[in-house]
Design a protein around this ligand. Structure first.
Ligand SMILES: [Zn+2]
Ligand SMILES: [Zn+2]
Length: 400
């Protein structure tokens, strides 16, 4: 009797569709052209390129435009095919791409910043061009008249910019680790609030207008989910990277967050699960499990003739414990810890296997990611790396 062949379980991972190469320097930003097999890229090498897939199966530039300065960022609006390019000299240059993506026509220039433009957002509904620069300015311009409408000085250089069209709130993440929320009017703005949760600079922001949740990625390796719609001040920390988080994207239809790191890691987070906030760390002069004094507690050390111990904290209950009472490690995915962290002995016993089930999947892009773009309609992800290469991935095996 023939042995029954068991089908191997399929490893669900992103499929590399294409490598797009040819830039002399890093591609600072790039987008997938919707409904086309095409990519628009802007690079430190001063070029703007539109790459289309040819019969050979390779992507070749159909447009190759050299700008007067390195191209630091861009915003592309598919409906109007308007391409806004931020330059290292502070200028924003606007073009309209032809329907066949073979030609780009200059529209206007904005003298938006004193130095390198760091982020651009074109808001079609309001005809606004929002931008941030190395000059620590946030500015918005009217895309019809080209006029500057207003500005706001941020506490540090901004590296994340998102906008909620409905409420006209702008979210600015900066290198000091702060997220500033402004309410924009036609020609004025008011400070709504500031968030501070990261120990490193904010590197990327991503706004989900449906759930009204803001995600911030940071050089401190973490992502924080700020639940603004929930109105309870909930902030959940997601720990799944071993290096700085560089880019974020959100797949609304499947409620999955894609975060990419400097180490090439692509983490796909299931945001449909309810996570808990991490507890505040408790303060104590002695271990809250075995009562041994911590090293600064001289009196108890003297009285009990015991050696002072170092204080640690259980990531699950927040108790101050000694090393002996917290010798075990566990992942706590429902608290955002996909990696193993310190827990006290009693919490370790209480955590079930179910609670330990991962809520994210981990993938390797094999290049140090500086930027990503997700095309939700096809489930394609574009990653741009420090290796000057753009990679296109089919994410449907993991984003579905
Ligand atoms: Zn102890
Ligand atoms: Zn504990």
């Amino acid at each position: 009797m023939a042995a029954e062949i068991q089908p191997k379980p399929l490893t669900r991972k992103p499929i590399l569709l294409q490598r797009v190469e040819g830039s002399q320097e890093v591609v600072n930003m790039a987008v997938i052209v919707p409904k086309e097999e095409g990519v628009i890229s802007v690079s430190e090498d001063r070029t703007v390129r539109v790459w289309l897939k040819r019969d050979s199966g390779q992507y070749w530039p159909s447009i190759y435009q050299v700008m007067p300065a390195p191209c630091s960022c861009m915003s592309f609006n598919p409906e109007t095919r308007r391409l806004s390019i931020g330059l290292d000299n502070g200028t924003i240059s606007e073009f309209i791409l032809s329907e066949d993506y073979n030609k780009m026509t200059p529209v206007k220039n904005y003298q938006a910043h004193q130095s390198r433009v760091t982020m651009i957002l074109f808001v079609l509904e309001l005809e606004w061009v929002l931008s941030t620069g190395q000059d620590k300015q946030f500015a918005w311009h009217c895309s019809e008249s080209g006029q500057r409408l207003g500005g706001y000085r941020t506490s540090a250089v901004a590296s994340g910019l998102q906008f909620d069209v409905e409420t006209r709130h702008v979210f600015i993440g900066d290198q000091s680790g702060q997220v500033t929320i402004l309410k924009l009017e036609q020609d004025s703005c008011t400070l709504v609030t500031t968030f501070r949760g990261h120990t490193g600079g904010v590197t990327a922001l991503c706004w989900d207008p449906v759930q009204r949740v803001l995600f911030s990625g940071s050089s401190d390796h973490s992502v924080i989910m700020w639940d603004i719609g929930g109105r309870k001040g909930t902030a959940i920390e997601l720990q799944g990277h071993n290096d700085k988080v560089q880019a974020l994207s959100y797949a609304q239809h499947t409620r999955q967050l894609i975060s990419c790191g400097g180490d090439g890691g692509i983490v796909v987070w299931n945001m449909d699960v309810e996570r808990q906030e991490t507890p505040e760390w408790l303060d104590s002069d002695s271990c809250q499990k075995c009562d041994q004094p911590f090293f600064w507690n001289f009196k108890q050390m003297w009285d009990s003739k015991k050696i002072g111990l170092r204080q640690h904290h259980c990531r699950k209950c927040g108790k101050a414990v000694c090393g002996k009472c917290s010798s075990k490690r566990s992942s706590i995915p429902l608290m955002g810890f996909e990696f193993e962290v310190r827990v006290c002995d009693s919490c370790h016993e209480a955590i079930t296997d179910e609670e330990r089930a991962p809520t994210a999947t981990f993938h390797d892009s094999k290049h140090n990611i500086v930027h990503v773009h997700f095309d939700a309609t096809r489930g394609w992800l574009l990653t741009s790396g420090t290796d000057k290469v753009i990679k296109l991935w089919d994410m449907t095996p993991v984003v579905s």
